[in-house]
Design a binder for this molecule. Sequence first.
Ligand SMILES: Cc1cc2nc3c(=O)[nH]c(=O)nc-3n(C[C@H](O)[C@H](O)[C@H](O)COP(=O)(O)OP(=O)(O)OC[C@H]3O[C@@H](n4cnc5c(N)ncnc54)[C@H](O)[C@@H]3O)c2cc1C
Length: 295
Amino acid sequence: MVRPMVPEAEREIGVKHPVLGHGYIVLVDYMGNDAAIVQAARVSYGKGTKAVRDDRGLIRYLMRHRHTTPFEMVEFKFLVRLPIFVARQWIRHRMASVNEYSARYSVVPDEYEVPAAEEVRHQSTRNRQGRGDPLPGAVVEQFRADLERVSKDAYTSYSRALEAGVARETARLLLPVAYYTQWYWKSDLWNLFHFLSLRLDPHAQEEIRLYAAEMAKITRLVAPAAYEAFEDFSLESLSLSRAERVAVRALLDGKTPEAACTVAGLPLMRDDGKPMTSGEGVEFLEKLARIRTPG
Ligand SMILES: Cc1cc2nc3c(=O)[nH]c(=O)nc-3n(C[C@H](O)[C@H](O)[C@H](O)COP(=O)(O)OP(=O)(O)OC[C@H]3O[C@@H](n4cnc5c(N)ncnc54)[C@H](O)[C@@H]3O)c2cc1C
């Protein structure tokens, strides 16, 4: 039996994709491809081998109908170098195997993340977890200078502690979350899609989105039909709540979006008469705007 191989993915193995100031992502290995998904599905359907066009159709069927286990037959192993503040978000994805660089065992290199000037922005007024409008140049430069100073001071203290004989596992407490760590991260394709759906989303922090974007390119190389189905039925799809279905029915009956929200009980106004900036009604209008946007 010949191991399934994807020539484009074979060429990717070991290639460093730079992300952020000192980070990167590398595809270390992969197992399986679109054919492995099809093969697993056909075991359960007992239909034998079919043409490539049918394979794509089957993969799309599996994705649409949430028959997820065939996608778990494909595996990816990445080596990732990333700032600790990104790692803290990433590690929340539990359905993966992770082996991290040990700062108990080894000395942490003097590498920390300083965001580009355009990435240092105002606290968003709409998304409490996000950034929004640009800041005055002086504020941006002060922040970046402070970050440089704090990081350099921290590393000087860390080095001094190590030289004085403090254990590496204790000395590392001096290092801020802008410092880098690295790990091997192994996941099956289904859970990788789940990771990508959350971390390519505009609500995810920009820094982790950059890593997700590189992973998405690699994923597409290994399993193009599955990735296409993921884009079509997950990433670029929209789901509707019960109330939103009512609102869409009202739209189809010729109501305006605002009137449809009223019919469906989707709130757009606060008790004090001011327009809401978040909530179910606003999110429904955002979905309509997304539908109107071509592409
Ligand atoms: C934009 C954004 C903002 C976030 N903000 C915060 C925040 O403020 N604070 C915070 O703590 N986290 C935050 N998170 C992390 C988030 O709550 C999830 O922990 C993270 O996205 C991982 O998702 P997951 O659990 O679905 O993935 P995984 O851990 O990979 O799990 C995949 C799936 O397996 C199942 N599963 C895994 N473990 C369990 C379990 N123990 N019990 C039941 N089902 C399980 C679930 O169906 C889950 O969806 C944020 C994430 C995003 C994307």
